[in-house]
Design a protein around this ligand. Structure first.
Ligand SMILES: Cc1cc2nc3c(=O)[nH]c(=O)nc-3n(C[C@H](O)[C@H](O)[C@H](O)COP(=O)(O)O)c2cc1C
Length: 246
């Protein structure tokens, strides 16, 4: 089983998303999967130009030459695609959305109605049929993931597949103040990876445990208070330097 993880954090390997994706990769690898991780931050990927050359003139091939030339062959080989997508303004980062949009070069221009009567494009080449989402967001409310989850689920179906699981851990602002609060979730996400590699799905019990936020809202507010204190000190330092210069 080949798994491609595409990490859309602007902080790449330094972010909380990378920790979650790393835990998933660990479990998948333990279960025998071959895992490759791409950091969009390190790639040069332009937005879709909507020329639709990939549909109308040269089916399956994007007219733009950039690092999608690295991503597309890996997508073609992968059995599972993992979007490692931190929440940016209630959805995925623009960098990652550019990758998702550019994947329309996998589609033909023709139309058909699926089993539910929903209009779809047939594929020029197959995107991975199984998709997963790994995400984090600053705030503690799980509802913060709703728009992102809806987008990833819809795209999985548009690309002829389905979303296996969404592993979303809120509260990254507080997690970064006390990284140890993430440890139980990292272990659970590793377990989820192992289950996917061995049985093709995350067991409901594991999923339920992952869905429980890593801390209460009260604990979040306590740790967020520490963060605010740190911010104030940073701002005071900058203001002091400005005063010295003037
Ligand atoms: C441009 C931008 C927009 C963001 N919007 C949200 C948001 O709408 N809700 C939220 O809870 N966090 C938001 N965040 C916070 C990120 O989700 C959070 O910092 C997360 O840890 C980023 O992932 P990373 O640690 O892998 O870099 C935003 C961050 C950035 C940079």
């Amino acid at each position: 089983m080949r798994v491609l993880i595409i990490n859309g954090s602007a902080r790449g390997a330094k972010g909380v998303t990378a920790k979650l994706a790393g835990a998933l990769a660990q479990g998948l690898t333990q279960g025998g999967a071959q895992v490759e991780t791409l950091y969009v931050k390190d790639l040069n990927i332009a937005p879709c130009m909507a020329c639709l050359s990939c549909m109308h003139l040269n089916p399956g091939h994007c007219v733009q030459r950039d690092d999608m030339d690295v991503v597309v062959p890996l997508l073609k080989q992968a059995d599972i695609l993992v979007w490692a997508a931190p929440v940016y303004t209630d959805t995925m980062s623009a960098q990652l959305k550019a990758v998702m949009d550019r994947c329309i070069c996998s589609m033909q221009p023709f139309l058909f109605a699926d089993a539910l009567g929903f209009t779809r494009h047939p594929m020029a080449w197959d995107m991975p049929k199984r998709v997963m989402l790994v995400s984090t967001c600053s705030f503690p409310e799980p509802a913060t993931f709703d728009s992102l989850v809806a987008t990833v689920r819809a795209q999985a179906v548009n690309f002829g597949g389905q979303c296996l699981a969404e592993l979303c851990v809120p509260g990254s602002l507080a997690i970064q103040m006390e990284p140890s609060v993430l440890e139980p979730h990292l272990a659970l996400i590793t377990q989820a990876g192992l289950e996917v590699a061995q049985g093709g799905r995350v067991r409901p019990g594991t999923l339920t445990a992952i869905k429980r936020p890593p801390m209460s809202v009260d604990r979040f507010r306590e740790l967020a208070g520490r963060y605010e204190e740190w911010c104030r000190k940073q701002q005071a330092k900058v203001a002091e330097k400005r005063r010295e210069k003037s």
